[in-house]
Design a protein around this ligand. Structure first.
Ligand SMILES: Cc1ncc(C[n+]2csc(CCOP(=O)(O)OP(=O)(O)O)c2C)c(N)n1
Ligand SMILES: [Mg+2]
Length: 738
């Protein structure tokens, strides 16, 4: 650990430098360029504010007061080489990395040609793939864990360079990823002082320290988070003090309004990271002269004296004074530079105001991969039918658990970009125990990843800290770099800390960046009840919460063969997938099957008709499939009613054609699902049937689902809460008699 603190009082001293001297390594030309960028950044803010007042743009977020540290970071790091996860105040950084003012104005007007998002995101939400500026969102701090994953991805690729190659004939997501990496690249991530209160920040600090990752955290501390001052936000008022105990870090605390001191700090931090010592933390004290945003008036909570004190540290005037004092530019030179900037901005504004808006028809482009459709026939392959053994006896089928493990193993062999991590998924983190054969290894609480670390090494299969947001956020960053993380959330009931990452990041990165970035992660999740004692926190469903998210594929197999085929599609496809594995079905005798071979895939959105029928359609999935089958068989035995049973298998996309065809034939539909009844997944199916097949119906659409309560521990209560075969039987009977 190393700490360097630059005394803010020493700001902008040139150390008595002569004209030929460097200023903390910066040449006079670089300093002039720094001023040009700082001034440009501020004037873009001013122009945007004017445009907003004229209602020519729709939102404004300024980088004012943060220009010094931004330019310094941009000078110390390399665009298109290092990786950047900036936040909305990083206008000057983006300019320093090569973003053009015109591009920024295109964001403001929401133009089709806005390179960050094509008019989908607010301005100051930077995304420039060729510069390695990764798309950012509005939730404060959700970029930080992704930066960790990005750095991990870069390191993995450097250690496994062959994984970056695309083997001939591999028709999967790899064809559509430009993978690049440098051995000594650095990942930059920035955030405000207030954002350092987010849990994800601390998860990221921990992960960076644990992995000794080359990440520079830059906290741009302007003393406020909207109206909340730092001493209310950060215990003791100093984030530097709070993080000082993290091991493996290099720490800097600097006056971020001083570009020279900031450059020196960044230079040291960058060197530390490039040399592989670990992460760095730059705490930059900056100011916020333009209130939080145009919707905020800081005079409501900051007295004039405080604001005037800040104004004296304004990076624009300070840098200008510095250039004058050092004789780097005279007044005429400053005027000339400023005039050039004004002229450039005028041209940029005029052009941007003429730019075309995006076409309304384009709204659904890039919700999913435009290149690879997992519902297409490319993912439709035949299962290998095993030869019967000599004795002619059919071998016992494999469980869903077996075939998921086998599929993971097959795919890991085929694709070196696959990494598996999560809680307890490794065989044994203390590798020497495995090597010395002192232990057998765990491989997941359900043992589905058992043996994979042993076989593929702990670079590829490893335990993550107990932090679900970090699991998904890191995976997202890795996938952005071209890896294929297949991560595990141990229980669906504990997926919620990752919800911000899933809904606001993973699912929408492709769309919001207008296809600039993508992150096709697979999240495997153990889900569901019927466990006899699983209770509230080991029995939840809730799939409709996720099918409600545009951009996320949701799969829910009910048997071994489907699990294998769908998991392979999930891994090879180019979209993020939530792969729901019902715990009760892992080792059930229902639905066991022979190994369908290493290339068996099932396209998404293709239901399976489990049993054909003519009198009533039952639409279901997951653990309700065997229960509904039992009920349907009883109904046929007792009443001669022939139920057509449809297992959806995939919930987004779902197979409307099969439903429509069946209901058109039977004229009766029952939707059955394990989740709570109201607002559940089946409600949508029922609504669509009512809407689009109304003419075909001879009876109302019915639903059978869990009661609208959580699952209780006592088995008598669990039985009463979750849909049972008898509930299904009665509903089918009643509907068939309607
Ligand atoms: C998760 C989340 N919560 C709340 C907000 C609303 N919000 C936007 S910026 C902001 C304050 C951020 O303060 P700080 O991190 O200090 O950054 P600064 O704006 O001061 O640079 C808040 C509360 C948000 N965008 N995201
Ligand atoms: Mg702040």
């Amino acid at each position: 650990m190393a700490t360097t603190k630059t005394d803010p009082k020493l700001a902008l001293t040139a150390n008595g430098a002569k004209k030929s001297k460097l200023y903390e390594g910066l040449t006079r030309d670089q300093l002039i360029q720094a001023y040009r960028l700082i001034y440009t950044s501020r004037r873009i803010d001013d122009r945007e504010i004017l445009l907003k007042r004229q209602q020519k743009i729709y939102f404004q977020m300024s980088g004012a007061g943060h220009e010094g540290i931004g330019v310094a970071a941009g000078l110390a790091l390399k665009a298109g080489y290092d990786w950047f996860y900036p936040y909305y105040r990083d206008r000057a950084l983006c300019l320093a990395l090569g973003v053009k003012p015109y591009d920024m104005f295109l964001q403001g007007v929401g133009a089709a040609d806005d390179p960050s998002s094509g008019g989908r995101q607010m301005p100051s939400h930077w995304s420039y793939p060729s510069l390695h500026i990764v798309t950012q969102s509005s939730p404060t701090g959700s970029q930080i864990l992704q930066a960790i994953g990005c750095a991990e991805g870069g390191r993995y690729l450097a250690r496994h360079p062959k994984s970056a190659e695309i083997p001939a004939g591999s028709a999967d997501y790899r064809q559509f990823k430009n993978v690049s990496f440098q051995g000594d690249e650095v990942t930059y991530v920035s955030l405000g002082d207030g954002t350092s209160s987010e849990g994800e920040f601390w998860e990221a600090m921990n992960a960076a320290a644990l992995g000794k990752l080359p990440v520079i955290f830059c906290v741009e501390d302007n003393g406020y988070a909207i109206s909340v001052p730092v001493e209310v936000q950060t215990a003791g008022g100093s984030i530097s003090r709070l993080v000082s105990g993290f091991p493996n870090f290099h720490f800097e605390e600097v006056d971020g309004t001083d570009p020279v001191a900031s450059y020196a700090a960044f230079h040291r931090a960058t060197r530390y990271c490039r040399e592989g010592h670990g992460p760095a933390f730059v705490h930059a004290h900056v100011i916020r002269p333009y209130s939080h945003s145009l919707s905020d008036d800081e005079r409501l909570y900051r007295p004039d004296a405080e604001r005037e004190r800040d104004a004296q540290r304004d990076p624009v005037t300070r840098t200008q004074m510095f250039l004058l004092r050092e004789g780097i530019l005279d007044e005429k030179g400053i005027n000339q530079l400023e005039k050039e900037v004004e002229a450039e901005l005028q041209i940029a504004v005029d052009r941007a105001l003429e730019a075309l808006p995006p076409a309304p028809e384009s709204i659904t482009r890039f919700v999913y991969s435009p290149d690879l459709d997992p519902a297409s026939s490319a993912f439709d392959t035949q299962a290998v039918v095993p030869e019967l053994p000599a004795d002619g006896k059919k071998p016992a089928g494999k469980t869903m658990a077996d075939l998921i493990t086998t599929t993971l193993r097959d795919e890991m062999k085929r694709d070196e970009r696959i990494v598996i991590f999560g809680e307890d998924v490794a065989d044994c983190s203390r590798e020497e125990y495995l090597k010395r054969k002192l232990v057998k290894g765990k491989g997941g609480v359900f043992k589905l990843t058992f043996g994979l670390q042993n076989e593929f090494g702990n670079d590829r299969v490893f335990n993550a800290p107990l932090a679900e947001a970090a699991i998904v956020g890191r995976a997202t960053g890795m996938a952005t770099r071209g890896l294929k993380p297949v991560v595990e959330i141990q229980f669906f009931d504990y997926i919620w800390p990752a919800m911000m990452q899933i809904r606001d990041e993973l699912s929408v990165i492709r769309w919001r960046s207008n296809n600039g970035f993508s992150c096709p992660v697979v999240i495997r999740v153990a889900i569901g009840g019927y466990l006899t004692g699983g209770a509230i926190y080991h029995s939840q469903c809730g799939e409709s919460v996720f099918t409600h998210i545009p951009g996320l594929r949701v799969v829910f197999p009910s048997n071994s063969q489907d699990a294998a085929g769908l998991l392979r599609t999930a891994i090879r496809c180019d979209d993020p997938v939530l792969f729901l594995e019902h715990k009760r079905l892992y080792r059930e005798s229902f639905g066991r099957a022979a190994y369908p071979g290493p290339d068996y895939m099932i396209p998404f959105g293709k239901a399976k008709v489990v049993q054909p029928g003519t009198d009533l359609t039952v639409i279901t999935y997951g653990a309700v499939v065997p229960r509904a089958l039992q009920a349907a068989q009883k109904l046929e035995r007792e009443q001669g009613v022939k139920v057509e049973l449809i297992d959806l298998r995939c919930l987004n996309p779902f197979d409307w054609d099969t439903i429509a065809e069946s209901v058109s034939k039977t004229n009766r539909a029952l939707v059955a699902y394990e989740d709570t009844l109201s607002w559940g997944y089946g409600a949508e199916i029922a609504a669509r049937i009512a809407d689009q097949l109304f003419d075909k119906l001879d009876a109302p659409v019915r639903r059978v689902a869990a009661k609208d309560v959580f699952v209780a521990y006592q088995p008598i209560l669990e039985d009463a809460i979750l849909p049972q075969p008898n509930d299904l039987f009665l509903a089918m009977k009643e509907l068939s008699e309607y």
